[in-house]
Ligand binder design. Structure first.
Ligand code: CTP
Ligand code: MG
Length: 222
């Protein structure tokens, strides 16, 4: 099935020491991994949301690929997502997958699970059960246990039909920067499915995450 992809890549990567989406990982720019995964899985339009002036870096990172174009994002992730949504041209029922450039290790199986889940849900996101036991901390001291049962770590891509996500954003009256798209759809009364996530789909956030991602990549090709 064809779908639209939006990759948000307009962040500054401050916690990683800057510009993480353009760094090389396993021989390719970080952004290229996700773009190839979405295009190979059937994306027939791919919107890359970037900071002003970063368009040439996208052209360099995605050289040789087609069906992508850039739009300029905003100061916070939610604004970048909105800019990506505004650029879509697919039909109302077309699935839209919204993905973080900072999660390069996107497997086809995750994409397939998300699109399949849209047959009986209004949205879908990959999630992993929380493994560690959780504590509340106040001023560096333990202040009770948070029950782990029923808690999940949300990943991207997050998937919706175009008309669903657009209607949910049109009706949204919450904060300007909701946590993510699934929150907006859930708030609009939509049912959002949690599909099996993938530990490899880690987000590159801190400098040390790059070594972990390189290690995961080298395992996959062995
Ligand atoms: N993002 C975006 N527009 C923003 C902020 C973030 O498109 N204004 C994107 C990032 O490029 C990234 C994804 O949202 O692909 C997840 O955000 P995060 O991991 O927080 O990346 P950064 O915001 O770039 O990093 P940091 O918060 O450390 O500055
Ligand atoms: Mg950020």
């Amino acid at each position: 099935m064809t779908f639209s992809g939006i990759i948000v890549a307009a962040g500054s990567g401050s916690r990683a020491g800057g510009d993480k989406q353009w760094r090389t990982l396993g021989g390719k720019p970080v952004l290229r991994w996700s773009a190839e995964a979405l295009l190979n899985a059937g994306a027939d339009e791919l919107i890359i949301v970037v900071a002003p002036g970063a368009e040439p870096r996208v052209a360099e990172a995605l050289a040789g690929l087609s069906h992508w174009r850039t739009v300029v994002g905003g100061d916070v992730r939610a604004q970048s997502v909105r800019a990506g949504l505004a650029a879509l041209t697919g039909h109302a029922d077309q699935p839209v997958l919204i993905h973080d450039a900072a999660r390069p290790l996107l497997d086809r199986a995750v994409i397939d699970r998300l699109i399949a889940a849209l047959s009986d849900a209004d949205g879908a996101l990959p999630a992993l059960p929380v493994a560690d036991s959780l504590r509340r901390g106040v001023d560096g001291r333990m202040a009770g246990v948070v029950e782990r049962e029923g808690l999940w770590r949300a990943q991207t891509p997050q998937a919706f039909r175009r008309k669903t996500i657009e209607a949910a954003y049109a009706a949204w009256t919450g904060p300007d920067a909701p946590t993510d798209e699934a929150v907006v759809v859930e708030h609009h009364g939509g049912r959002v499915a949690l599909v099996a996530g993938d530990p490899r789909l880690m987000k590159l956030t801190y400098p040390e995450d790059f070594a972990m991602a390189e290690a995961l990549l080298s395992q996959a090709t062995r």
